[in-house]
Design a protein around this ligand. Structure first.
Ligand code: G3P
Length: 217
């Protein structure tokens, strides 16, 4: 399973990249706004800066909701850097645009996916990635990981090439369960990635080893 980081924060991207385990980045308009980025020029420069840190897919989301607007925006985003993947919302115009991008060699990430039916449409249109939002599903008292399992099963049964990118990850257990469910990619906040490191027995064991090592000097 590939690890993407779900943030537009350059320091966090660098920290995950420095661990040597980062395969890509996903952003969205909310994450970009959180970094205080304003205006087209600043947005473009920020995506470029992310692409210069991570050599892997970097999802940049369109904010248009009509076909022509999505295509125009997506083409501009795709020209920033070869790592850019155009993130398109799961709406009718978005599906039409994903098909156009697919036919024109531009990679896409279909976002805001909450059902298997939506994931089938994204795959039919040729999306490179499909992003089910598992944390937001959990927030509504369904099990988000169940949806990951269902989409993985459908894609395997049908031979769809679209990669299942588990998004809206809220904790380390989500990452473990998505790996178990066969997700191709998990996009996570840095805190969830770092949470995977934690186990009290590791800390206790290391303290003992270091203490005992003193007698070796
Ligand atoms: O990038 C989309 C997704 O990961 C959003 O997560 O935590 O806002 O539901 P969240």
């Amino acid at each position: 399973m590939k690890f993407f980081i779900d943030t537009a924060n350059l320091d966090q991207i660098k920290e995950a990249h420095d661990m040597g385990i980062l395969d890509g980045v996903t952003t969205n308009p909310s994450l970009m706004a959180k970094e205080g980025i304003k205006g087209e020029e600043a947005i473009m420069a920020h995506y470029k800066a992310i692409c210069e840190i991570v050599d892997g897919p970097v999802s940049a989301e369109v904010i248009s909701t009509d076909f022509d607007g999505i295509i125009a925006e997506g083409q501009i985003l795709a020209k920033i850097h070869e790592n850019i993947v155009v993130k398109v919302p799961m709406i009718k115009e978005g599906i039409k645009a994903i098909k156009w991008f697919t036919d024109n060699g531009i990679r896409t990430n279909c976002t805001l996916v909450f059902s298997a039916g939506q994931a089938i449409l994204a795959a039919k249109a040729g999306a490179t990635f499909v992003s089910p939002f598992i944390g937001r599903i959990d927030d509504s008292s369904w099990d988000g990981v169940d949806l990951i399992e269902q989409i993985v099963d459908i894609y395997n049964a049908q031979g769809f090439m679209t990669e299942v990118l588990a998004a809206s990850i809220r904790n380390p257990l989500h990452i473990v369960r998505c790996a178990e469910a066969g997700a191709d990619v998990c996009t996570c906040p840095l805190s969830s990635i770092l949470g995977l490191l934690n186990h009290p027995l590791t800390d206790i064991g290391l303290a003992k080893f270091l203490e005992d090592a003193k007698s070796l000097k």
